[in-house]
Write a protein that binds this ligand. Structure first.
Ligand SMILES: [Zn+2]
Length: 138
């Protein structure tokens, strides 16, 4: 059975939704650590979730399922409507790669924080930013 238009639309919204819980968590952690950032800058490829202009760095917070993480949840593919899902999820992964390439080409750094390892990913990002700040990033 093909997904209905309504369920397709819901899925599209799900993948595009802003201010997800993992994203709010990442923002709170960065803010607590004293870093200032901008959100969803549309002038940058892929409208990155978090932008740290002083570090010329963009950050995406990705849900494992939607963005095809290498973890178990990210590799899971629904059995029903499998073709629809394969196409959709593969397209997400391709788009993510293209966005990273585009921001990199524009001279920005790109980091991805994954839902399944959000704590660790946030910590290592903050550690990296602290080290760069010590070295005098402007
Ligand atoms: Zn994952």
């Amino acid at each position: 059975m093909q997904p209905t238009t309504a369920s397709k639309r819901r899925n599209m919204q799900a993948v595009k939704c802003r201010d997800t819980k993992p994203e709010r968590f990442a923002r709170r952690e960065l803010h607590r650590a004293g870093f200032r950032f901008q959100l969803h800058r549309r002038d940058l490829p892929g409208t990155p979730d978090i932008v740290l202009p002083r570090f010329r760095l963009v950050v995406w917070v990705h849900g494992c399922f939607w963005h095809g993480h290498t973890c178990a949840k990210g590799q899971r593919r629904p059995r029903t409507n499998s073709e629809f899902w394969a196409e959709k999820l593969d397209a997400n992964v391709r788009r993510d790669r293209a966005n990273v390439d585009a921001v990199t080409a524009a001279g920005w750094g790109a980091r991805v924080l994954w839902e399944c390892s959000l704590n660790e990913d946030c910590s290592s990002l903050i550690q990296e930013l602290r080290q760069r700040r010590v070295r005098g990033a402007s």
